[in-house]
Design a protein around this ligand. Structure first.
Ligand code: DQA
Length: 170
């Protein structure tokens, strides 16, 4: 059962539910290469995202894993009708961005809108980071704004979900 939002006229509408996935090594944020990734820790980023989501009428389920399989399992669970309903995915795939066909296939397979985010500007870094296997199956990619990439990505994802819902009513 989704949490309900109360509109100004007293109607009850379901909150949009977003799965936030953080890939490998992102648990080290705050300590890991701070010149590249900044000083904010992952729990601090999640806290800011939760606050923004509450403001925008959405709820978040967040998961960090260093394992490709656990990230894929979480994506599969997002399309399970018996599980917690999910409307979209915000993902920083970390190093799997550049290597994981399996993660890309999982995102394509579940058919939910996804946005890829990166703290660093991957296009201004080593050449192997310029290619994302994930971006082509996402609505878009946000890269280079530090922890704010997550906030920008969440806003873009929620706007996309709202646009799709509105056009399905036409
Ligand atoms: C990253 C960029 C990736 O290339 C790298 O492997 C990471 C972090 C980022 O957020 O900037 O782990 O996804």
């Amino acid at each position: 059962m989704k949490d309900q939002l109360q509109t100004e006229v007293g109607e009850s509408v379901a909150k949009v539910s977003i799965l936030v996935l953080h890939g490998p090594n992102l648990n080290l944020l705050g300590r890991r290469e701070p010149d590249t990734y900044g000083h904010m820790t992952l729990p601090e980023i999640d806290e800011r995202l939760q606050a923004l989501a509450a403001q925008l009428g959405a709820e978040l389920q967040t998961l960090q894993s260093n394992s490709e399989g656990a990230l894929i399992d979480a994506l599969h669970a997002a399309m399970d009708p018996a599980g917690a309903p999910v409307d979209g995915v915000l993902i920083n795939p970390g190093g799997y961005t550049h290597t994981s066909v399996a993660l890309r296939d999982a995102i394509a397979g579940i058919g939910l809108p996804a946005v890829e985010v990166h703290l660093s500007n991957v296009h201004a870094r080593e050449e192997f980071r310029h290619r994302s296997l994930i971006a082509p199956v996402c609505v878009g990619q946000i890269s280079g704004f530090g922890w704010r990439s997550y906030e920008l990505g969440l806003r873009g994802l929620l706007d996309t979900i709202a646009d799709r819902a509105a056009s399905s009513l036409l």
